[in-house]
Design a protein around this ligand. Sequence first.
Ligand SMILES: [Fe+2]
Length: 247
Amino acid sequence: MGIRIGYLTDIHLRKEVSGTSIIETRHCRKMAGLLPSALARMCRESPDMIVCTGDVLDVSTGPGVDQDLRLCKKFFDDCGTPYVVLPGNHDPLPDDFYRVFPVPEKRLLLNNCELIFFHEDACFNGEQSSKRSERSLHTMADILMRAKCCEEATLLFQHYVIYPDRNEGYPHNYQNDDEIRSILEQSDRQLLSISGHYHSGIPMMQKNNVSYFAGRAFCEKPYSCYIINASEHGIFIEELETAKEIQ
Ligand SMILES: [Fe+2]
């Protein structure tokens, strides 16, 4: 059976929020125009669900943030496909973020595939990197150690990077990425971990029987979004370069 996911990450939208990013490659002010087209483009591929792994907004507090978050939610609502949006380090903290977006289930079974969402991970107390909490690690281990019933593939979604190491110049990985990896490696499922946060993206790669992937940031050219196909036959990721189509 298998599942088809429309996927994008790191939108960094600014519309009501003034200014733009000091990083010139982030086209924050174009996002309100491009996001609806990208969502429509993914929907033409008939995905079962759309997932965004965070940094919906470019700034987390201040004038315009609430309006911009509500605008993004409207874009997702309007595309008419079930969706999950996770907060990133540029977004309001999870408690505030989920006053606007619907809180995802921790675990979802769809077409014999299992989706796990780490929407509670964040950079707390001004830290530059995230640490997955003990509680969240336990929940993850519990889910992954359960007897496999009918899952063809398990996809784990989070904002921060688990593997490979991408901490040069800026700490993109979880502080406890090794702990997370060792739990993943004990599972006998076909696992793909999907992250945002590392704007150049990381092609799908395997380490000790676990697959890892990070999407390119949507806010930067070529404004990539993806279709992820997962089934008992394997996991395949198709990049939709939307730059020409949606400008
Ligand atoms: Fe980002």
